[in-house]
Design a protein around this ligand. Structure first.
Ligand code: FES
Length: 147
């Protein structure tokens, strides 16, 4: 199904729902993998919002991607408990290691592993606790070998 058909189906399903913007955006990202820029004016018209309002919500929430993700998505926890045990240095290490890579790096704000941070999530399915730069490099090598 192409993006326009997906968008039409999602907007139709939420046409009577007050406050439909967030559920619509979640469903588009779930179905397409990101929020394509050309969908913003269509969403705005359908929900009787301005383009700026729709764009503002997309940019406010770190969850929403405005371009396709790489082959893998790695999220490094940037919330307080992880920051207190090296999360900031880990995030910087990850930014450096992943620059130009096919792996998308995203911040996340708590993965529920606060007692054993820094925490990392891979592809919505794997959680890793007590992450270090060396363990991160090993994880990345494993992801890159899974081609
Ligand atoms: S603060 Fe990082 S997992 Fe909760």
């Amino acid at each position: 199904m192409d993006t326009n058909a997906i968008l039409g189906r999602i907007l139709h399903a939420h046409r009577e729902q007050p406050g439909a913007l967030l559920p619509v955006l979640h469903e588009i990202q779930e179905a397409v993998g990101f929020i394509p820029p050309q969908t913003v004016p269509v969403i705005a018209t359908a929900l009787n919002l301005s383009r700026a309002e729709v764009h503002g919500v997309i940019s406010y929430y770190h969850h929403f991607r405005q371009e396709p993700a790489g082959r893998h998505v790695v999220r490094v926890c940037c919330a307080e408990a992880c920051q207190a045990v090296g999360g900031e240095a880990l995030a910087e290490h990850a930014r450096t290691r992943l620059a130009g890579s096919e792996v998308t790096l995203e911040p996340v704000y708590c993965l529920g592993l606060c007692a054993c941070g820094p925490a990392v999530q891979v592809d919505d399915t794997q959680l890793h606790a007590a992450m270090t730069p060396a363990k991160f490099d090993a994880l990345l090598a494993r992801l890159e070998s899974e081609q």
